[in-house]
Design a protein around this ligand. Structure first.
Ligand SMILES: [Zn+2]
Length: 281
């Protein structure tokens, strides 16, 4: 019965987590779609400057930032405004609540750059934003790995805005004076520990007794890699995905489950069930 998927997944997860087991949760775009965050791959992803149209895949690169930083920044400031206007949804809140129950036994890896997990209350120390956070900047010449929250009083950027001098002057590294850059992983860059806690993510996967993959299409490397590591080590894989699951076979193999529901519906029930099981152990 489809409505029991979430309960089955929760019970199996709770069993895997009994006796101090570790949970890793990987979240993707599907989770933030419930908060109204567009993927920027569609129509709204295009960016026009003058008569020139840019694709996200050409703007979200280190090469573009070196060439036309004054085009790249307004695009990010516009997208950042979209993210800040969005609110965490029931799935974000459920995962934040679960982190309070499991504490150091849970690690959240997110591909989303919208910062909604942190705003929902997930602990920064155990939330690895492996693609970065659009609300932060860092030094473009990497004089320090420090990240800086973008000022809340930066003026709003609309779709046709260009970078003004006053804003540009505020996007400077406080340490060395070079340009700041958006704290996101670009298409022509690779995962790393220094900025994105990549090694820590793989270590968390290696220690996991259960993995929840939530709202991920499976088209990116990280969920696949993490799922393979967890499965190889005998952990259980649960996929929460209203559509056909790229992880369904792995979920079966590992004694997990495919929960065919949206995250906002499935996660609160799953978290409640795991919390109940934890309170009895
Ligand atoms: Zn610097």
């Amino acid at each position: 019965m489809q409505s029991d998927d979430a309960m089955v997944a929760a019970e199996r997860s709770a069993a895997a987590l009994a006796d101090g087991g570790h949970l890793v949760v990987v979240t993707g775009a599907g989770l933030s779609a419930d908060s109204g965050i567009p993927t920027f791959r569609g129509e709204e992803g295009y960016w026009r400057v003058g008569s020139r149209n840019y694709q996200p895949t050409e703007l979200a690169t280190a090469a573009a930032f070196r060439r036309v930083p004054d085009v790249v920044w307004p695009w990010y400031l516009y997208r950042r405004g979209v993210c800040r206007a969005a609110e965490p949804n029931a799935a974000h809140r459920a995962l934040a609540a679960l982190a309070e129950v499991l504490r150091e036994r849970m690690t959240l890896l997110t591909q989303n750059v919208d910062g909604l997990h942190l705003r929902a209350g997930s602990p920064a120390a155990r939330t690895y934003e492996i693609h970065g956070n659009i609300d932060y900047a860092r030094c473009s010449v990497d004089c320090t790995p420090a990240t800086y929250p973008l000022p809340l009083d930066l003026r709003p950027f609309g779709r046709d805005d260009t970078l003004d001098d006053a804003t540009a002057a505020r996007l400077r590294c406080p340490r060395c004076g070079e340009r700041l850059r958006p704290h996101v992983l670009w298409f022509d860059e690779t995962y790393n520990e220094r900025h994105f806690r990549w090694d820590s993510s793989l270590r968390a996967a290696a220690e996991a007794d259960a993995l929840w993959v939530v709202g991920s299409s499976g088209s990116t490397n990280l969920p696949n890699l993490v799922a393979q590591i967890v499965a190889r080590n005998g952990g259980l894989v649960v996929d929460v995905n209203p559509d056909d699951s790229p992880f369904a076979a792995l979920a079966r193999q590992t004694g997990g489950a495919h929960v065919r529901k949206g995250a906002g519906e499935a996660l609160p029930a799953m978290v409640q069930a795991v919390t109940w099981a934890e309170s009895r152990s």
